[in-house]
Every structure is written in structure tokens, then in C-alpha cells.
Design a protein around this ligand. Structure first.
Ligand SMILES: Cc1cc2nc3c(=O)[nH]c(=O)nc-3n(C[C@H](O)[C@H](O)[C@H](O)COP(=O)(O)OP(=O)(O)OC[C@H]3O[C@@H](n4cnc5c(N)ncnc54)[C@H](O)[C@@H]3O)c2cc1C
Length: 292
């Protein structure tokens, strides 16, 4: 039997660090522009950029993706309350009213996260302020495998509930390669009475060693099957790209089949693997169609 699944997509990029990286991102956005995406999330860059320039840059990324609404990530660690209000005001002035509210992490030389005295302590405080300042849609982070600072899954769910109570409009998850774990977590979220839309973070493995290092830092598991499939392959080789696309597409299909129909793709500022995944999802008896 053939089924067609309506899927909402969003993409995540990070601000490029130099001109070469900016050129790569420009090409990526142009190549992804024909794909309908509901928003483009832009991770928080180094603090210190002028508010207006940051807002205009986010808008330019959205325009380069074909007029997709940008959604800047704002972290509690990046700015004081006053600086954050200025940044949000600059965003609202240029028409950006969607955000991702995130706590952020302690700098590498600090063992534990400590709220800055002049800033928001946690993402729930920031969410409350963003809504009061006029944000239309605030997404908050969530962790299918439990955040490393959380004592247990129940505490992690409590933290999510606080963010929902503070006015969050949607949830975006950390990536998790164990799709069954994502499904169990999503059931627990729904059982807790949280009905907000959930975008599931999907991380295509561009470079196994890099993802392994990053996952170890952020508490995401790297299953043995992933290591066996990709661990020995040359990053960027056609076999590595094919396998990585197959793996991510299979995860997306399983998520969609189980009702998780918003896929938030971490592009890592590159289009080839993202497009390869989308091509796979558009094909076959369980084909996905992108909802506008
Ligand atoms: C979708 C998404 C986007 C991200 N984008 C960025 C980014 O752009 N830049 C970046 O640097 N990092 C980013 N991160 C990573 C993020 O900064 C780290 O995972 C960080 O450790 C947690 O941020 P959070 O807002 O999800 O925290 P939460 O999950 O809300 O909280 C983390 C921990 O803090 C404690 N805590 C939270 N709220 C409270 C409270 N009210 N009272 C007491 N304790 C509390 C709990 O121990 C909790 O487990 C992102 C993560 C996700 C999932």
C-alpha cells in the first residue's frame, strides 16, 4: 500500500566564522531554498555582535532560503537581560518574532553551569520575558536521552514543564540516534499533558569522529550500530555519505510513521547530505510530502 505523509521541515544553521564558511553557507541556503521549510533556526553565535547587525543577518539567512522565517537561538549565557531585550527589540523591528530560548552551557573552564548575575538563570525565565516583550513563537529545547545536568528523566520532564508553563509555543529536541528512545520520550511528554508541537532534531552524520566527540560532550548516545556503519569510513566519501543519508532517512521515516511529523534537520551548514536525505524521503511507498 502507498501512503503519503505530510511532513513539516525546519533547518538549523550556525553563524559562519569566516568568509569561506560564509560562502559555503550562502551556497547551502541557495541549494535548500526550493524545499519548503517552516523556519530556519540560527544557533547563537559569539556574543558581542551588535543587536541590529545580528537581527539583520538572521533575516538575510531566511531570505537566502527563499523567505523562510528565521528563528534565532538566544542563550541565557550570551547576554545580560538588558542586552537580550535590545537584541529581541532589534529582531522585532526587522520582523523576526520567532526564537529558540536556550540556557546554554558553562564555559569550558567552569565545571558546572552557574547563571550569570545580570542575565536569565534558565530558559523558562527567558521564555517568560520573550513572550512579554512580544515574541510570537518561542521554541524550547528538550532531551530524549535526558540532559546531562538532570538527575533523571522525571527531573528533565519537570524542567520541560516549567518552560511550557512559562509560555513556550513548541519544543525542539536534541538529536538522538535511538529512535525508539525518541518515541518513548515523546509518549512520556504527551502522558505529562504537554500538547505542544514537537520538532525532532535529526543529525545527519557528516563526519563520524566529529559527531562522536560532540555527542560525548552533550550527552547524546552513539549506538554501536552507528559506529559499525560509519566509524571506519572516510568522512565525505561517497560510501559514508550514502550510509549517513540512509541512516537519517530511516530514522525520519520511523518518526513520521509514529506521528512525529516535524523534522528539524541539523544541516551543519551543508546541503549535500540534507538533500540526499530529503530525496530518499520523497521516494518509495511511504513517501513524505513537505507541508508548507
Ligand atoms: C534545540 C536546541 C538548540 C540549542 N541551541 C544552542 C545554541 O544555539 N547555542 C548553544 O550554546 N547551545 C545550544 N543548545 C545546547 C544547550 O545550550 C545545552 O544543551 C544546555 O546545556 C541546556 O540548554 P536548555 O535550554 O535546553 O536547558 P534545560 O534543559 O532547560 O536545562 C538544563 C538543566 O538546567 C537545570 N535547570 C533548567 N531549568 C531550571 C530551573 N528553572 N530551575 C533549576 N534548574 C533548572 C536542570 O538541571 C536542567 O536539566 C541547544 C540545545 C537544543 C536542544
Amino acid at each position: 500500500m502507498t501512503t503519503t505523509n505530510e511532513v513539516t521541515l525546519s533547518f538549523e544553521i550556525f553563524p559562519p566564522k569566516n568568509d569561506t564558511a560564509a560562502d559555503t553557507l550562502g551556497r547551502t541556503l541557495a541549494e535548500l531554498a526550493p524545499v519548503p521549510a517552516s523556519f530556519l533556526s540560527v544557533t547563537s553565535g559569539a556574543s558581542g555582535s551588535a543587536a541590529r547587525a545580528t537581527a539583520e543577518q538572521a533575516l538575510a539567512y531566511g531570505d537566502a532560503l527563499g523567505g523562510v522565517p528565521p528563528r534565532p537561538h538566544l542563550t541565557c549565557v550570551q547576554a545580560s537581560r538588558g542586552e537580550m531585550e535590545e537584541l529581541v527589540g532589534a529582531c522585532l523591528d526587522v520582523g523576526i518574532d520567532r526564537f529558540v530560548a536556550i540556557r546554554g552551557d558553562a564555559p569550558p573552564d567552569q565545571p558546572v553551569y552557574t547563571p550569570r548575575p545580570d542575565g536569565f538563570a534558565y530558559a523558562d525565565d527567558m521564555t517568560r520575558a520573550l513572550k512579554a516583550w512580544g515574541a510570537r513563537d518561542v521554541a524550547v529545547g528538550a532531551y530524549p536521552e535526558v540532559h546531562p545536568d538532570a538527575a533523571d528523566p522525571a527531573h528533565c520532564l519537570d524542567v520541560l514543564e516549567r518552560k511550557v508553563d512559562a509560555g513556550a509555543d513548541r519544543i525542539l529536541t536534541q538529536y538522538c540516534f535511538d529512535t525508539d528512545q525518541v518515541l518513548r520520550w515523546a509518549d512520556a511528554v504527551r502522558d505529562a499533558g504537554i500538547e505542544l508541537p514537537i520538532g525532532i532534531g535529526v543529525m545527519p552524520v557528516h563526519n563520524y569522529a566529529q559527531i562522536k566527540r560532540f555527542s560525548d560532550r552533550c550527552g547524546a548516545g552513539v549506538p554501536r550500530w552507528l559506529t559499525e556503519a560509519l566509524g571506519d569510513l572516510e568522512p565525505g566519501s561517497s560510501l559514508a555519505m550514502e550510509r549517513a543519508a540512509d541512516i537519517a532517512a530511516e530514522q525520519c521515516r520511523k518518526l513520521v510513521r509514529n506521528g512525529l511529523t516535524h523534522l528539524h534537520l541539523y544541516t551543519l551548514n551543508r546541503s549535500a547530505l540534507t538533500l540526499a536525505i530529503l530525496r530518499r524521503l520523497e521516494a518509495g511507498p511511504e513517501a513524505c510530502r513537505w507541508a508548507a
